[in-house]
Ligand binder design. Structure first.
Ligand code: CA
Length: 268
């Protein structure tokens, strides 16, 4: 799995339109950071050839010893992507839910069959576009943000012990940021035979001017929401990816950093 040792890629979608009036610009990038020996994040964008109305962005952040985290995150991305492609991205909620269940089973089975992979797991945050709507699914502490109308909203809920304390009012936002247990996940793909999956309660209607960011915690642990908002709003997706990664590295880059930026623009 050494192919992930220094993996840094970027692609910009040309014209993946939601309908005749829209197009999605997409760029993605991942960086090992400054302190880690491996990049345990996996990211990918899937689309149907010749179909400009669909696409699926996924960020997964793996965990486990002996490079098992890399195995888990790659398995999640590959399985979820392949499942959605096989279903032609129809019925987004059901398709994403089933894709996540399949990924959970496969990772859990791999972990059971291979002693080096025991206990491995991964986060997975996915955003699917089809026919003018968007739908997301999520497990773990990677995040999906929507940036529009000059505001940034976190659409996913972190599945962490610290997020639970925060939701119950037992700690403050400030305490959450520096909490010693902030990396303890309450849910992950592959660690158990069953998994609780968050799927968008409502399908999101995609609007021109909307921007979306999927990212691993290597970004938002060290870069504030306000900084993220500015960098995404002021740049095209490929430049935004560069700016976000550079900001995380400049802040210490203690973890792997992965970002996918999507912008909904008027079809030209
Ligand atoms: Ca991480």
């Amino acid at each position: 799995m050494s192919i992930f040792k220094r993996f840094n890629t970027k692609r910009t979608g040309k014209s993946m339109s939601m309908s005749g009036d829209y197009e999605i610009l997409m760029a993605l990038s991942t960086d090992i950071g400054c302190r880690r020996a491996n990049n345990e994040d996996s990211i990918q964008y899937f689309s149907l050839p010749g179909d400009r109305q669909t696409g699926l962005a996924i960020v997964a952040d793996g965990m486990g010893g002996h490079k098992a985290g890399e195995v888990a995150s790659k398995e999640a991305v590959d399985t979820i992507g392949a499942y959605c492609l096989a279903k032609n991205f129809v019925n987004p909620k059901q398709t994403l839910t089933q894709a996540y269940r399949e990924a959970n089973c496969r990772i859990h089975q791999l972990a059971s069959d291979n002693i080096d992979c025991h206990g491995m797991g991964t986060t997975a945050t996915a955003l699917l576009f089809a026919e003018g709507i968007a739908c997301f699914a999520h497990v773990g502490d990677s995040r999906l943000y929507r940036i529009s109308d000059d505001k940034i909203e976190q659409l996913t809920r972190d599945h962490t012990f610290v997020a639970q304390l925060l939701e119950r009012g037992m700690i403050t936002e400030e305490q959450a940021r520096s909490h010693p247990n902030k990396n303890i996940l309450t849910s992950a793909l592959g660690t158990h035979a069953d998994v609780e999956i968050d799927v968008s309660e409502q399908l999101l209607r995609v609007r021109i001017g909307d921007k979306f960011l999927l990212c691993s915690d290597g970004l938002f642990d060290v870069v504030t929401d306000e900084q993220i908002k500015t960098m995404v709003l002021e740049n095209k997706p490929d430049d935004a990816c560069d700016a976000l990664i550079d900001a995380a590295l400049a802040a210490g880059g203690h973890d792997n950093i992965s970002v996918i930026v999507l912008a909904i623009e008027q079809n030209k």
